[in-house]
Design a protein around this ligand. Structure first.
Ligand SMILES: Cc1ncc(COP(=O)(O)O)c(C=O)c1O
Length: 358
């Protein structure tokens, strides 16, 4: 038996999730599929191949945009942090990439750029995230400088929502108003909505929505409300490599943080933090053995983790263990690890073999 630690990416699920997004954008907003961080850990070009029906792609940097062009994608590609230095501008021109402009230094680069193909830009307005972007009161002047630049083509607008994952949080409505005020009387398409904005806040859709995590089947909401009809984009699985029968009082793993409350079978599974499974997963974090739910016992080690086999007395060495995927949302696992599903799917290491299924 080989060590099996495998992520199966469900390409049909990604397509389904894009269709779900479309069903939420009945107002006609176009969809910019966010593919950064290696397609949220699902594989950049494979995810893009499944999402070709999107109207545009978004990534964070040239290192993510160029492989999409090399793979033959002629979609519009928006770089969400724009260029990181003037030396990148020729590549934006050559590959017809669109740049988010968030800071005055980027405008200076464009003002000083040699004559050439104009670059389409998105003016980033900070309406409350307080990370990147021009203050709403400065947006008008930033746009005016860009309008006078020969290096600049079409000018559009972008902002990012800080709290849309909570459908009761008033911040999103305040951000929508601030975005409208910043653009008042000025032309240009606008985009504000991430996954949570797309699925939970129709009022912020504007011309373009920018879903990321929901395309991979993860619900963006933290509020416990209705879950959108998404399908998981990834199943992470490993195998039972040993079954041991421990006595009441035996302590399992590093630090002995799980103490057997009775005589019990404990399974050892071929995955650990060296594969990207979160070390912070606490005792009881759910896993599926033979399709039945059980939980972690003790700390996750680099190559292995242990599971309680009392709910699966018929378990056998070689059984498939699902860490997340169908019937076990990665969001549920994340909740046991004090993190978010985004981080879990992005952090799998090269030791995990990726398989693509339709
Ligand atoms: C600017 C921007 N737009 C859209 C997204 C997509 O967000 P989400 O994955 O929550 O849909 C991100 C991701 O963080 C982002 O940084």
């Amino acid at each position: 038996m080989n060590r099996i630690t495998r992520a199966t990416v469900h390409l049909a699920a990604l397509r389904h999730n894009l269709a779900v997004v479309r069903s939420y954008t009945a107002g006609g907003a176009r969809v910019m599929a966010v593919l950064k961080a290696d397609g949220y850990g699902h594989g950049l070009t494979r995810a893009a191949g499944a999402l070709t029906e999107a109207d545009a792609f978004a990534v964070s940097c040239l290192a993510e945009a160029l492989p999409l062009r090399a793979a033959g994608h002629r979609h519009r590609i928006v770089l969400l942090e724009g260029f990181f230095g003037a030396e990148e501008i020729p590549l934006f021109r050559r590959e017809a990439l669109e740049a988010v402009i968030h800071s005055p230094w980027q405008i200076e680069c464009l003002e000083q750029a040699p004559a050439g193909e104009p670059i389409d830009v998105w003016v980033k307005v900070d309406t409350g995230m307080h990370r990147l972007g021009f203050r709403p009161e400065d947006a008008h002047a930033a746009r005016e400088r860009l309008r006078r630049c020969e290096a600049v083509g079409t000018i559009r607008w972008m902002t990012h929502l800080a709290c849309a994952d909570d459908r009761d949080d008033p911040t999103t409505t305040a951000q929508r108003r601030a975005f409208e005020q910043a653009r008042a009387g000025l032309p240009g398409e606008a985009s504000a909505a991430n996954s949570a904005g797309t699925l939970g806040w129709p009022g912020v859709h504007g011309d373009w929505v920018r879903p990321g995590v929901c395309l991979y089947g993860v619900s963006p909401f933290i509020d416990g409300g209705e879950r959108p009809p998404l399908r998981p984009g990834m199943t992470l699985e490993a195998r039972l490599i040993a079954i041991n029968h421990h006595r009441a009082g035996d302590r399992i793993g590093y630090g002995g943080t799980f103490v057997c409350p009775e005589d019990m079978p404990v399974g050892v599974v071929s995955i650990g933090y060296g594969d990207g499974y979160p070390r912070h997963a606490s005792n009881g974090t759910p896993v599926l053995v033979r399709g039945r739910t059980t939980g972690l016992t003790g700390r996750v080690s680099m190559d292995m983790l242990c599971v309680d086999l009392r709910p699966v007395p018929d378990a056998a060495v070689g059984d498939r263990v699902v860490l997340w995927g169908e019937d076990l949302p990665v969001e549920t696992v994340a909740a046991h690890c004090e993190t978010i599903a985004y981080e879990l799917v992005c952090q799998l290491t090269s030791r995990v073999s990726f398989v693509y299924a339709d």
